[in-house]
Ligand binder design. Sequence first.
Ligand SMILES: Nc1ncnc2c1ncn2[C@@H]1O[C@H](COP(=O)(O)OP(=O)(O)OP(=O)(O)O)[C@@H](O)[C@H]1O
Ligand SMILES: [Mg+2]
Length: 571
Amino acid sequence: MACVRESIGWIVGESTPLKSLVIFDKSNNAPVKAGDYVVAEGPEGCVLGIVETVWSGHRMLPPSVTDPEAVYHIAEWTVQAGGEDIYNRGSIRWLALLDPLLTKKKVVTPKTPVMPGSTISRADPSQLARIFSPESRGWIRLGHLAGDDTVAFHVDANGLTRHLAILAVTGGGKSNTVCVLTKRLVGQLCGTMVIFDMHGEYSNMRLPGVRIKVHKPPKLHPTKITTDELFTLTKMTEAAVRQRRYLRWAWHTAIASYYKILAKTTKQYDDIVGLAKNLMEALSDKGKLKNIHNMIASGKPENSEMLKKNITMWLRQFLPVGLSEIVAEAIVENEYYPPRQVVMDSLEGAIAKLEDLEAYYSEILDVTAYTNLMDAIPPCTLTVFDLSELDEDAADAIVSHYLRRLLIERKLAKVGAGGYRYPAIVVIEEAHVLVPKDGGRLTKYWAARVAREGRKFGLGLVLVSQRPKNVDPNVLSQTNNKIILRMVEPEDIRYVQRASEEMSDDIASLLPTLNPGEAVILGKMAKLPALVKIDECSPEEKPSGGDIDIVKIWLSHKEEEDEERRILEAL
Ligand SMILES: Nc1ncnc2c1ncn2[C@@H]1O[C@H](COP(=O)(O)OP(=O)(O)OP(=O)(O)O)[C@@H](O)[C@H]1O
Ligand SMILES: [Mg+2]
C-alpha cells in the first residue's frame, strides 16, 4: 500500500474526520511520542495526523485496585511476562490529506473518518521534510520537529502579518525565539524588525549579517507627539479635564511658535516644554487675560494687529522680547486663544506636571530626535527601543507613538502618498504590561488597531508574554499565529486556548511537559500545527536576559575581602 508503511498500531473506538483513538503495537521499538506524525489510509486517500496524547494502562491494574500486595504480585508477574498486560494508547488529530499536501502544497482536510481497525504507521521523514521544510521564497527555518531532528521546521514570513503571540513561562525560551526570528527575517530576508524591549535584553545582541540600531533612551520629537501621548507622559488622567485643557493650549501654541522660530532663524530652538510652561504661567495673569478675551469677542478683522500687540504685552512678563512677538503671532494666526476661564488650582497642577516632565523626561522629548520614521526605523535592520530605564508611562508613550506612526505611514505608503515604505514586524516584549487586559493604555489602543488593520498594510505584531492571562484578550485573539512554549499555569493555558481556535484540550495538556525551547506552533504561518524544537541562538548572539549568577558575585566579593584580610595580617 502506498500510504501505510510499517504498522505501529490500529484505530479503535469511534473516529471522526478530525480525531481517532489508536492502540499502539507493542512490538514497535521506538515509543510513539506526542507530536509525532502518523499516516493512515482513509476513504479519501492517505491522511496525515499528529499524535496529540499518549497514555499507558494495565489491564489488571484498573484505578479501582486498592490492595498493595495484589499490585506487587501483578507487577512482578507483568515483568516476568514481558509486560503482556500493558497497553499504550494515543489520540490522533487528522490534519490533512497527504496527496494534495505533497503535490499541490495545499492543506485539504478530510471530510470522512478513518475506519476503526485501520492500520497506522509513522509518516515518512522525507515526506515530512517536503511539507515542513519547503524551499519556497519567504519560508524561514525556526527549528526542527521535536520528534525528528532531521526534519527542519520552516514558517512563512508572509504569514507574520497575521500577527504572532510568543507565550511561555519565564525562562521558557521566548527571547531566544525572537532572536531566531530576527536572525532569519533581517539576516536572510532583509526584513525590517522593531523590538520594544522592556528589559534592555536586545541592545547588546550581535547577530552576524544583521544591522542593529539601538535607541537608548528612545526619543520622541515634541512636534510629532499627540496630546494623548503628552497626557500619558505628564500622567494627566482623563478626569483632569481642566489641566488637560490648559496643557493642550500651551502645547499647541508652543509647537506653532517653534515652527515660526525655525522659519525665522537658523538657530535651533529646543525648549518647547519650557515655553509651554511659561505660557501656562502667563494664564495665571487673569486681569490681562480678560482684556484679550474682550478683544477676541469684538471679532473685527482690523483688530488682529491690536490683538497681537495686546497678547505680546501680556506675554512679555513671562517671555523675552522677540520671543513674545513670535508666540503672539502664532496664537493669533492659528487662533489658539487662551482658555477663557482659569482655575488656579488646576493650572498650578498642570504646571507642576510639566515641571515633572522637564525633570524626568527631558532626555526623551528632544528636538534632536528623528522626525522621519525611515531614519528612526531603517529598513533591513533590527531597531531596538530600549525601554529599560523608563517607567511604564514613558514606555507606553514611546511604544504607542511608534506603533501609531508606523500604521499611519504604512497606510500612506499603500496609497503612494509617501509614508513608511517598508513592511515591518513589531515585537512588544512583556506585552501584559503595555497591552494589559485591565486598564487603558495608549499602546493597547494602537496595538489593537495594528492587530485589526496591520495585515492590509504589511505591519505584523508580535506579542511576547509570560502572563498571557493578563494580556488584552481582544488583541491576543487577533494573533492568528501562536508559538507556545512551556506553560504550566492552568488559568494561563485556558486563556490561551480561548484565544486560539486551533488549540485542542490534548495540545493544551502537552504544554506543561515541554522543555525550554520546545514549542507548539499554530497558525497560518505554519503549514500544519507542529511540536517544534526551536533553534538556539549562540551565547554571543543571545539576548542577555538570563538569570544572574548571584552566588558567583557573592563569592568573588568574599574572595576580595579574604585577600584584603590576608594582606593586612601580613603587614
Ligand atoms: N530553543 C532553545 N534550545 C535550547 N535552550 C533554550 C532554547 N530556548 C531557550 N533555551 C534556554 O532557556 C534559557 C531562557 O531562555 P529565554 O531567555 O529565551 O527565555 P524567556 O522565556 O525569554 O525568559 P524570560 O521570561 O525570563 O524573559 C536560555 O538561556 C537557554 O538556556
Ligand atoms: Mg525573555
